[in-house]
Design a binder for this molecule. Structure first.
Ligand SMILES: C[S@@+](CC[C@H](N)C(=O)[O-])C[C@H]1O[C@@H](n2cnc3c(N)ncnc32)[C@H](O)[C@@H]1O
Length: 460
């Protein structure tokens, strides 16, 4: 990879507020300051300090010294437990920070309260969130080793320990319920997947049968600003492609769950439907793009008000973040027709749920075809931050219509002249008005349409 490309990759992979953005860990400096790190550092022929990323002891020691040096956190995990990379994990924290400070949903003041699903022995998110941003956390887990070490990691940091509660997911009772209601569960009492049970669950491979995640763990009346989760991504250890004893560690209890991430996050979605606004934002990491797409489809079905996604590039791997909310979005009253000389836009709000951006695009196409124009549609692929982009060209006028899906039920329709074109803006404006009328008529129930246009009138 060329230098320029590598720099671009690095830029893409790290959040601008991340401590390590433009300032990667200096192994040489760390080795000189922390003698215990020294044995893991070697120098490549060009004199660059390196560590062996396949050596669990090296990655664990790096995490330990980074947390100590840059965050004043005292930290440790036992052999084989999942070892987090500090810069990567910080990206997720900063993304949540962005969500909380955006005005997508109304902001709230006060100490931010987070809920870390499956905090692990490493307890990385609460430790980072509390030390970087002063957030308070409930961190949950199911395994004894995770709970014991998460507690230790909190207690060893008295400067933030008041901010973090480690909560055991009490699933013995629930397990009994599950057995009564659903037959067998796929987890044993220590949160490990037992192979015979896992096999017996394979028929319902995408259904989660494990311990509770949010419902039954969140206490009555509790409110959180967000939940976050680095879920067990895989259905089997083979799928994870990881040897539990190498590199960044990861035991089956940490990496695997029957049905994989799809089942695990689907349960979070199910729980969120019950808990609704007990959380302002529900979020999770997602490991596969295919899961991301079907999770977004599920979210549409359950009627969330907002969905956001992001991409986390982590070395060779790419992960996604998904966030949703049931809090009504901050209403942005946008003038029905914002027109510059060459760009025309309007919002379609309150679209009936059975219609997607794709249906709107098809109608745009039919609208132009009906008037004899020749057009070519191009459904481009799904993008970061969940807007779906479709383009098509109205050849004679060299006009492009783009339909952006902003949040479920709200689309932005944008029409623009191709760069360098100076066609007849008056004509375009009139065509665009007719298009808006046709789309409103087709996709927006009359009541909503009247309500929105009244609001627009009052706010102009
Ligand atoms: C991939 S690890 C993530 C650990 C840590 N958060 C990190 O990012 O490195 C997933 C964790 O979820 C835990 N877990 C599995 N099922 C759970 C449940 N129902 N509730 C809470 N934690 C669970 C596992 O024990 C494991 O520690």
């Amino acid at each position: 990879m060329g230098k320029k490309r590598r720099r671009e990759e690095e830029k893409r992979s790290i959040h601008p507020r991340n401590k390590y953005s433009g300032n990667p860990p200096d192994f040489s400096l760390l080795a000189s300051l922390y003698p215990s790190f020294q044995p893991y550092v070697f120098y490549s022929p060009n004199g660059k300090p390196r560590i062996d990323w396949k050596d669990f002891n090296a990655t664990r020691e790096l995490t330990r010294v980074l947390l100590l040096h840059d965050h004043s956190i005292t930290w440790w995990i036992p052999d084989g437990q999942l070892c987090p990379t500090v810069p990567n994990r910080s990206n997720y924290i900063h993304w949540i920070e962005d969500l909380l400070s955006s005005d997508i949903i109304p902001r709230e003041d006060g100490v931010v309260k987070g809920f870390d699903i499956g905090t692990g022995a490493n307890c990385i998110y609460p430790l980072l969130g509390a030390s970087l941003l002063g957030w308070s956390f409930v961190g949950t887990d199911v395994t004894d080793v995770a709970l014991e070490w998460a507690e230790r990691n909190v207690k060893n940091n008295p400067q933030i320990s008041e901010l973090i509660e480690i909560r055991k997911v009490d699933f013995e009772e629930k397990l009994t319920d599950e057995i009564e209601n659903n037959g067998e569960s796929c987890m044993n009492m220590n949160g490990n997947t037992t192979s015979s049970l896992a096999e017996s669950c394979s028929d319902e491979s995408k259904t989660y049968h494990g311990p509770p995640i949010l419902l039954g763990v969140v206490k009555a009346g509790e409110k959180f600003d967000f939940c976050m989760c680095n879920p067990p991504f895989f259905e089997t250890m083979e799928e994870s492609g990881l040897n539990p004893n190498t590199s960044c560690g990861g035991t089956p209890a940490e990496m695997v769950c029957p049905g994989g991430e799809q089942a695990f996050i689907s349960r979070i979605i199910q729980d969120s439907v019950q808990l609704k606004q007990s959380f302002r934002w529900y979020t999770s990491m997602v490991g596969k793009k295919s899961s991301l797409k079907s999770l977004i489809a599920k979210l549409r079905e359950v009627g969330v008000t907002v969905v956001k996604t992001t991409e986390f590039v982590q070395g060779q791997t790419c992960r996604w973040g998904i966030a949703w909310s049931f809090v009504p979005p901050t209403k942005k009253i946008i003038s029905s027709h914002v027109a510059s000389k060459n760009v025309f836009t309007f919002m379609l709000e309150g679209i009936q749920r059975q219609f997607s951006a794709f249906h709107v695009l098809q109608s745009v196409e039919s609208f132009f075809q009906a008037s004899g124009a020749s057009c070519k549609s191009n459904a481009a692929l799904f993008h970061v931050d969940w807007f779906t982009l479709f383009e098509f060209h109205f050849d004679d006028l060299n006009f492009r219509i783009t339909v952006f899906e902003q949040i479920p039920g709200t689309l932005l329709v944008r029409g623009s002249l191709k760069p360098g074109e100076s066609s007849l803006p008056g004509l375009l404006s009139s065509i665009f008005q007719q298009l808006e009328d046709a789309l409103r008529k087709k996709f927006i129930p009359e009541k909503v349409s009247t309500h929105i246009s009244t609001q627009i009138k009052h706010n102009l």
